[in-house]
Ligand binder design. Structure first.
Ligand code: HEC
Length: 210
């Protein structure tokens, strides 16, 4: 009997040994694949960060227009100090590291004379079709490199919506004829798809439920 038990234990241990060898070997295989997987992980993380920071993706930014209505342009002048190392904002001011920003509100993207824009910014401009309206400015300034991939603007971004609103309110005044402020009622629903607003409650309910 004992010998049968011994044989059984021996066979069992042998099996365990084989299984462990296989698992060690396969671990080796997985290790060699690891760099590929990490690549995917990084992509996924970027997506997650974007969704987190932007509140759910490209179009679902904080709507800057209502904030502009109560923005403080003089506070915005102070915020512009963060930009002034690279930008002038006075009329006829020179291009520095970045283009002069006089009249930038509603100016076509990548259109300032004598400034050589990055390929990324030119792509974003869609050949001059896109203007720096309030939404685009807010979107860009919030995280330049994220929202305009390949931009040459080496600036981390202004995360606080209030700060952006103040700054944009001030930039708006740096123009021959400042762009109209968004109107209080329609402003919020215009331009971008505002998620989950109550602007059109009737449209979503074509027929009464049972
Ligand atoms: C480190 C330098 C730097 C800083 C700081 C900086 N910018 Fe820029 N900015 C640039 C460069 C360079 C470009 C051109 C980008 C390109 O071609 O991709 C640019 C482009 C822009 C544009 C697009 C202009 C156009 O003609 O299309 C706007 C708007 C802008 N910046 C606003 C700002 C604001 C507002 C701030 C401060 C919150 C700021 N920038 C801070 C360097 C900077």
């Amino acid at each position: 009997m004992n010998s049968y038990v011994n044989m059984g234990v021996g066979a069992f241990l042998g099996t365990v040994f084989v299984l462990m060898s296989v698992s060690i070997a396969s671990e080796g295989i997985f290790h060699s694949e690891a760099p590929e997987k990490e690549g995917f992980t990084i992509v996924a993380e970027e997506g997650t960060a974007e969704a987190g920071a932007g509140g759910g993706g490209e179009a679902a930014e904080v709507d800057i227009k209502p904030l502009l209505l109560k923005a403080d342009a003089s506070a915005g002048a102070a915020v512009f100090k963060k930009c002034a190392s690279c930008h002038t904002a006075e009329k006829g001011g020179p291009n520095k590291v970045g283009p002069n920003l006089w009249g930038v509100v509603n100016r076509p993207v990548a259109s300032h004379e004598g400034f050589s824009y990055s390929a990324g910014m030119k792509t974003f401009s869609e050949g001059g079709k896109v203007n720096w309206d309030y939404d685009h400015l807010s979107f860009f300034i919030e995280a330049p490199k994220k929202h305009v991939p390949g931009t040459a603007m080496g600036f981390a971004g202004l995360k606080k919506p209030d700060e952006r609103a103040n700054l944009i309110a001030w930039l708006r005044e740096q123009a021959d004829s400042p762009a109209p402020l968004p109107d209080a009622a329609g402003g919020a629903a215009e331009g971008q798809v505002a998620p989950a607003t109550e602007s059109k409650p009737a449209e979503g309910q074509p027929a009464p439920a049972q």
